[in-house]
Design a protein around this ligand. Structure first.
Ligand code: ADP
Ligand code: AMP
Length: 219
């Protein structure tokens, strides 16, 4: 079964993706990580995405959908982390999954208040090679901010107050329309989690939903 993680920035989607992809044999598709990789390579997609990434705005849907289509065509059951973020992206994903005869995805909705979003992101340290994240208070990084694989940890350029505010506002603007769409098309294949809970509690809640058999897709 494919899984979609939806929630505000800093809600713990990447953290849970790293845990659950191993446990359930899913491949994580983080559109944010893929865009940052394109930016690092300074290729065509990277150049198109740059200004949006810097400002915390959504990269245009057509760019995102092209990236996701390529990932779906590589096969596997996928764990979408940070995609879809708009109703148009959600509709495009439904079409792509249907064309490939896939069942209904499971939508995991992470709920987190704005104050905690800021606390999470202002304390986040990222390993740019593996995507592993730490937090100054909740999950302190190793000494000297060097990860166990020898990679120096970094603070993401967009984890600054002004950009966090923009990213949070963008999330709020899109959330209702996207959730309305999925409430109608996914039925029971939705699980809401209180993202303030400890990491293992959140993982347990999501894992509990995995036994439900996928149903055929409805529009
Ligand atoms: P997202 O991928 O949703 O943006 P991350 O997984 O990167 O969020 O988590 C944001 C920050 O919050 C990281 O610093 C991470 O260590 C921390 N974090 C993640 N989940 C929890 C949790 N359940 N409790 C406390 N801190 C968490
Ligand atoms: P994330 O790593 O999920 O926090 O995303 C970082 C940034 O990448 C966002 O602020 C957007 O600029 C861009 N981005 C990631 N995923 C998407 C998406 N599905 N649609 C549009 N923009 C995205």
């Amino acid at each position: 079964m494919d899984v979609i993680f939806f929630g505000p920035p800093g809600a713990g989607k990447g953290t849970q993706a790293k845990i659950l992809q191993q446990r359930f044999g899913l491949r994580q598709v983080s559109t944010g990580d893929l865009l940052r990789e394109h930016r690092r390579r300074e290729d065509e997609i990277g150049r198109r995405a740059q200004a949006y990434l810097d400002r915390g705005l959504l990269v245009p849907d057509d760019v995102i959908i092209d990236i996701v289509r390529a990932e779906i065509d590589r096969g596997d059951d996928l764990l979408f982390d940070g995609f879809p973020r708009t109703r148009a992206q959600a509709e495009a994903l439904t079409g792509l999954l249907q064309e490939r005869g896939k069942g209904l995805p499971l939508l995991v909705v992470f709920n987190l208040d704005k104050e905690e979003v800021f606390r999470r992101l202002m304390g986040r340290w990222t390993n740019p090679r593996t995507g592993r994240v730490y937090h100054d208070i909740y999950d302190p990084p190793p000494p000297n901010k060097i990860d166990v694989d020898g990679t120096p940890l970094v603070r993401r350029a967009d984890d600054q107050p002004e950009t966090i505010q923009t990213r949070y506002d963008v999330y709020r603007n899109e959330a209702e329309e996207l959730l309305d769409y999925y409430r109608r098309s996914l039925g029971d294949n939705i699980v809401e989690v209180d993202a303030r809970s400890p990491v293992d509690v959140v993982s347990g809640k999501i894992a509990g939903k995995f036994s439900a058999p996928p149903r055929s897709l409805r529009q």
